[in-house]
Write a protein that binds this ligand. Structure first.
Ligand code: DGL
Length: 282
């Protein structure tokens, strides 16, 4: 039986999942959070399904030692490989289902773009889930493997990033997609550059500026966790203000600055961890 005071364990292949964690903290401010970034094995998005699933299981196994009341797979590539609602009896949430809910909330017959890593786009999981939910609009998918290294380098707004955005998104701009799923934890950090790309120089003759809806799944993800009665009522219970525990599998000092930048003011403590030796000794 889960205790409400137990932490929620979140993992991603790197620090991109902090964008998911940040949204969760905003919606569920009274919770305790433990975050694992598998920075030693990043990127997942170019690896085979078997490898990604293997890493995912190892990360979940590692997190079980913290007696978490829930796990969040804050990595789209890993979410494509783990569909079970539980891991060792602990509820598991992924980032794809809330993304689908958020997309559907805008209508069933839109022109929607889906961006992700190679693994996520090849799995077609977003397309399949949209279709299973009777979505009848047009769907345009694009793998964007160069986005992750750009984000890891902190090039959120940079001429090189603009070039890469133009390479990947020109087709979607041409067909005038209406909404866009950023199906990778890193991509929200490019949000401004992506929105600027769609807004700028679309067609001088167009009367209305071209604006797309970026799908934000944070609300729906938090709501799914709440609906399973896994969270405290933050109106009646005091926020604990406990620091967020950030664990990385490569030296945490390599990502500390970027982590602090993404979490903007949330108290954090850092640790470098060895998943392999933990899992083999447990
Ligand atoms: N976290 C991954 C995802 O959301 C992106 C980074 C990677 O390729 O590992 O798909």
């Amino acid at each position: 039986m889960a205790y409400l005071d137990s932490p929620i364990g979140v993992f991603d292949s790197g620090i991109g999942g902090l964008t998911v964690l940040k949204g969760l903290i905003e919606h569920l401010p009274s919770e305790r959070w433990i975050y694992l970034g598998d920075t030693a094995r990043l990127p997942y998005g170019n690896k085979s399904s078997e490898t990604i699933r293997n890493y995912t299981l190892k990360n979940l196994k590692f997190l079980t030692q913290f007696k978490c009341k829930a796990f969040v797979i804050a990595c789209n590539s890993a979410s494509t490989q783990f569909n079970d609602p539980f891991f060792e009896e602990v509820p598991v949430f992924n980032v794809i289902d809330p993304g689908i809910k958020a997309a559907l909330s805008l209508g069933l017959d839109k022109r929607i773009g889906i961006l992700g890593t190679k693994a996520t786009i090849q799995s077609q999981v977003y397309t399949k889930k949209l279709q299973a939910a009777h979505y009848t609009g047009e769907i345009f998918s694009q793998a964007c493997p160069l986005f992750v290294p750009l984000v890891e380098e902190g090039l959120f707004e940079d001429p090189i990033t603009d070039l890469v955005i133009s390479k990947y998104l020109s087709e979607m701009k041409k067909v005038k997609i209406e909404s866009l799923i950023l199906g990778c934890t890193h991509y929200p950090l490019l949000k401004k550059s992506i929105l600027d790309f769609f807004a700028n120089n679309f067609a001088a003759s167009d009367q209305d500026p071209y604006q797309i809806n970026l799908i934000n799944s944070a609300f729906y993800l938090s709501d799914m966790i709440k609906k399973k009665n896994l969270v405290k009522n933050h109106h009646s219970q005091k926020t604990q203000n406990l620091p967020i525990e950030i664990m990385t599998t490569d030296d945490y000092r390599n990502v500390k600055d970027l982590t602090l930048k993404i979490l903007q003011g949330h108290a954090t403590c850092f640790e470098t961890v060895d998943i392999e030796s933990h899992n083999s000794s447990s």
